[in-house]
Design a protein around this ligand. Structure first.
Ligand SMILES: Nc1nc2c(c(=O)[nH]1)N[C@H]1C(S)=C(S)[C@@H](COP(=O)(O)O)O[C@H]1N2
Ligand SMILES: [Mo]
Length: 223
């Protein structure tokens, strides 16, 4: 098994994230995804709307920028590209071109992705993992999954997708851990300004504490 540079396999699939010890947000009774931004109108997609789209399975490893990789996951859901073609393209103005997408979670988390990266074949809006409905630790009711990019791109508890014609302002741009805009794992694009190799050891020391905190806020027992 080959992992991207600087990654180490972990057992199972830990809960991990900027949420630290906070429990996952409650799953709404009627979950929706709001779609807005630079479009002719904003729309809301319900679970029923999503269920009408063709489904896709995706076997992939999952790589966190801190350096752990969960291997052999099986995701199911709708390809982001499909959702884009069927629900977003009809709302594009003829003279505008999108460049960035913001994916927002029910916990307020946001990831910013280039349109071209989001339209890759392996980007999924997932509602099932390893043959079961997605649990709250891993992003219920639905999450983004982009396994060719570091895990921070894959917003859990997805509730809003926003389209932009230029790069949206990034409050973390000059933070010490500023995220790379493309975050491609095979190119080790970990940090916005520093080479991936250089930041590896710094990120690695964060794995233990973040993992322990995230497990404390977990709603399910570790697998
Ligand atoms: N809503 C939300 N999504 C999130 C995060 C978060 O804190 N909140 N953390 C990101 C990070 S840094 C990683 S590595 C993955 C972890 O996903 P997991 O908890 O399913 O392992 O979720 C990403 N998506
Ligand atoms: Mo991460």
């Amino acid at each position: 098994m080959t992992l991207p540079p600087g990654q180490r396999a972990v057992d199972g699939f830990p809960r991990f994230g900027a949420h630290l010890h906070h429990p996952p947000p409650p799953v709404p009774a009627d979950p929706v995804i709001e779609i807005g931004g630079a479009l002719t109108e904003a729309i809301t997609l319900s679970a029923t709307d999503l269920a009408k789209l063709p489904r896709k399975e995706l076997g992939a490893d999952f790589h966190c920028v801190a350096g752990w990789s969960a291997t052999g996951l099986l995701w199911e859901g709708v390809a982001f590209k499909t959702l884009y073609r069927m629900h977003v393209e009809p709302l594009l103005e003829s003279d505008t071109s999108m460049s960035h997408i913001v994916f927002e979670g029910l916990d307020g988390y946001r990831s910013v992705v280039l349109l071209e990266d989001a339209l890759a074949d392996d980007v999924l809006i997932a509602d099932r993992l390893d043959g079961r409905p997605l649990d709250t630790d891993h992003g219920a009711p639905v999450r983004l999954v982009s396994p060719s990019q570091y895990g921070f791109v894959s917003t859990k508890h997805l509730c809003r997708i926003e389209f932009h014609t230029s790069e949206p302002p990034d409050p973390d741009r000059w933070s010490p851990l500023a995220a790379h805009r493309r975050a491609r794992v095979w190119r080790e694009e970990r940090h916005r300004h520093l080479p991936g190799r250089v930041v590896r050891p710094v990120y690695r020391v964060l794995i233990g504490p973040i993992r322990a905190l995230s497990a404390r806020g977990s709603h399910t027992s570790p697998r």
